[in-house]
Design a protein around this ligand. Structure first.
Ligand code: NAD
Length: 254
């Protein structure tokens, strides 16, 4: 069993889905957990749910597309818990569906500012703390979309490809300094994002993807992503850095 006893973990986009499942898993493994999210009410409620079970938590409202808010989030983490051992940069949004020729510029800016620049900004301030400590592990959230193309989802897929580039670069830079950087590539996972895709008329597409493309023929559970993130942040993964781990029921093989 992986233990984070005495360690401090930070999760962005922690109010929902994969972020909340991972924050919960860190807490259950003994970590003090910082839950950060742009949705203040939801992140307060998520942190309270864990605090009510006796876990050490801190809720922070933070929009990862705002550098000053990300810097403040990391500062607040260290001020409250004294250090930062593990970070899961998970906050992400979808692009508006449109083929590339019709893709709106403001949607591009919105998605990039959260999914790519947000990861860059989080890594930047987390690494300042970890560099000082001489230890730490970061997991960025890419996607199956970070490895393959996507119909009408070019902006999202480009951002998620970019996350992998940042992951590998930071992993190289800090490999001798006690800091590991990896990413997870979730496939089809049942969260609010999948619900949103269904509500937006993509239900049939999701069903088809499940049946035709997922070798395990089912959606993943958020806890299955959390398990991979905890492994990558733990000493059990002490010789693993710069890697993208697909957690997708085998989808990437198709
Ligand atoms: P979700 O919508 O359930 O949760 C995302 C959370 O991020 C929400 O709480 C939201 O408020 C928060 N958020 C959005 N913008 C933010 C911002 N600017 N700053 C801080 N927080 C912000 O989504 P999810 O399915 O749990 O997705 C989490 C991550 O996993 C995303 O990066 C997504 O791209 C990735 N992913 C999800 C799937 C899937 O099938 N669910 C597949 C591949 C990748």
């Amino acid at each position: 069993n992986i233990s984070f006893e005495g360690k401090v973990a930070l999760v962005t986009g922690a109010a929902s889905g994969l972020g909340f499942a991972t924050a919960k898993a860190f807490a259950e493994s003994g970590a003090a957990v910082v839950l950060a999210d742009v949705d203040e009410k939801a992140v307060q409620a998520a942190a309270k749910e864990l605090a009510d079970k006796g876990f050490k938590t801190l809720a922070i409202r933070c929009d990862v597309s705002k550098d000053d808010e990300v810097e403040a989030m990391v500062k607040q983490t260290v001020k409250t818990f004294g250090r930062l051992d593990a970070a899961y940069n998970n906050a992400g949004i979808q692009n508006v569906l449109a083929e590339t020729a019709d893709s709106p510029r403001d949607d591009y800016d919105r998605v990039m500012s959260v999914n790519l620049r947000g990861v860059w900004s989080c890594m930047k301030f987390e690494l300042q703390v970890m560099r000082e400590q001489g230890s730490g592990a970061i997991v960025n959230c890419s996607s199956l979309g970070g490895l393959v193309g996507g119909n009408q989802r070019g902006t999202y897929h480009a951002a998620k490809h970019g996350v992998i580039g940042f992951t590998k670069s930071a992993a190289l830079e800090y490999a001798t300094r006690g800091i590991r950087v990896n990413d997870v590539c979730p496939g089809l996972i049942r969260t609010a994002m999948a619900d949103q895709m269904e509500a937006g008329g993509q239900g049939e597409a999701l069903k088809m993807m499940r049946e035709m493309f997922v070798p395990m023929q089912r959606e993943g559970r958020p806890e299955e992503i959390a398990n991979a993130v905890l492994f990558l942040c733990s000493d059990a993964a002490s010789y693993i850095t710069g890697q993208s781990i697909s957690v997708d029921g085998g989808y990437v093989m198709r």
